[in-house]
Design a protein around this ligand. Structure first.
Ligand code: PMP
Length: 389
């Protein structure tokens, strides 16, 4: 007998990329596939010192249930950082701590979406984000992403009946593309003139290693949006700490969704991250990660220029963990994947990042995890795979 799952589960599939990548477990493979932060960046010693301090100083509170919005000192710390970096007018009241920013997406979708609501996503967009939203049965519409950000002309055409727009303005997963400040402002004007709500997914914000930092889209339309952040790429993904920054009039319902989902986020992780921030020079810690990723991006871009045919285009991200390459039209990255496996190198084929099945010729290449000394060799292997294909 079939199990009596909800009809909406019929639209959900296991991540096919995860299945594909099982082949790459063998250590002789070079992987450009993982979307993981490099574990050499984990502040293991500082976190263990912070954990011990929390246990001795706040043990009974850190092990107890907490409030649903999250640990107030941590929320204040996040709000202060937005104030200091961008002059944003937010306080702890605007911040709700979530179990990773993946949960932030789930809560916003849970609170905002009815089946059939139109959600606009970038093409391509973060596949885990599409997955989280899809559970609430929206109808997706996609707006192309250009080198300077979302295509504002197409966005303006498509927005009138949209309930939500899901944006990734900084070092996007999967392309590494960032919106320019002009595009952010233009997009905010479109949201304001149509009163359309948006999600700004920004887990890579602190990973800028070149170019100028620019304020979030949220800062231009703070009444209409949710700005999501995360400690996953900058401290530890295993601690599952993220947040939603939103306007007070929208946070009440998000709080109800949070209470219904899991009462509150991991109390112990919240205390430990806060203690880590109190005791350490966070900017210096970030600088170390930025330098590491910049070096790896530089090596990757140099290797691509050296080994790939010039018919293959690629982005040059100013931060984050990914770049995006396009094979000539008509080539299929899934077929290339098989050839790449023969050469013992893997990447993520582009198609799952699109809601309309396009993107066959695109590849997401991650530079965060690959040791510097393997990057040139990995790109050479990929170039050989392209040649045999
Ligand atoms: N958004 C984007 C764009 C991501 O790349 C990721 C992680 N891959 C997430 C959200 C989720 O991150 P977390 O739940 O660990 O904060």
């Amino acid at each position: 007998m079939d199990a009596p799952f909800a009809a909406r589960m019929g639209k959900m599939q296991k991540s096919f990329v995860r299945e594909l990548l099982k082949v790459a477990q063998d250590p002789s493979f070079i992987t450009f596939a993982g979307g993981l932060p490099n574990p050499v960046t984990f502040p293991i010693e500082q976190i263990s010192i912070a954990a011990e301090k929390v246990m001795t100083q706040h043990g009974t509170k850190a092990l107890q249930y907490g409030v649903s919005m999250g640990y107030e000192p941590l929320r204040k710390w996040i709000a202060n950082r937005y104030q200091e970096k961008y002059g944003m007018n937010v306080t702890a009241e605007n911040i709700l701590i979530t179990n990773g920013s993946q949960q932030a997406l789930d809560l916003i979708a849970k609170a905002m979406l009815d089946p059939g609501d139109k959600v606009i996503v970038e093409a391509p967009s973060y596949m885990g984000g599409i997955h989280a939203l899809r559970l609430y049965e929206p109808v997706f519409d996609a707006v192309p992403l250009n080198d300077d950000g979302i295509d504002t002309a197409v966005l303006a055409q498509k927005i009138s009946d949209a309930k939500l727009v899901y944006t990734l303005p900084n070092f996007q997963n999967p392309t590494g593309i960032s919106y320019t400040p002009a595009i952010k402002k233009e997009v905010a004007e479109i949201f304001k003139s149509t009163r359309t709500h948006f999600i700004e997914d920004d887990p890579y914000n602190e990973l800028r290693f070149s170019g100028e930092d620019t304020p979030p889209l949220f800062s231009y339309a703070p009444e209409l949006g949710f700005l999501m952040g995360s400690f996953s790429k900058v401290v530890s993904p295993g601690m599952r700490m993220g947040w939603i920054c939103g306007p007070l009039h929208l946070m009440d319902k998000i709080l109800i969704a949070k209470q219904a989902s899991d009462l509150h986020s991991n109390q112990l992780s919240q205390y430990i991250i806060h203690q880590f921030m109190l005791d350490n020079d966070y900017n210096a810690h970030l600088k170390g990660i930025q330098n590491l990723y910049k070096n790896q991006r530089d090596l990757m871009v140099a290797a691509i220029k050296k080994h790939f045919p010039s018919s293959i285009s690629h982005t040059i991200p100013e931060g984050g963990m990914f770049l995006w390459t396009r094979l000539p039209e008509g080539m299929d990255a899934l077929k290339l994947f098989d050839k790449a496996v023969e050469q013992k190198v893997v990447f993520v084929p582009g198609q799952p990042f699109f809601t309309d099945g396009s993107g066959q010729n695109a590849l997401r290449i991650s530079f965060s995890m690959t040791p510097a000394e393997q990057i040139d060799e990995g790109v050479q292997r990929l170039a050989r795979a392209i040649k045999t294909y």
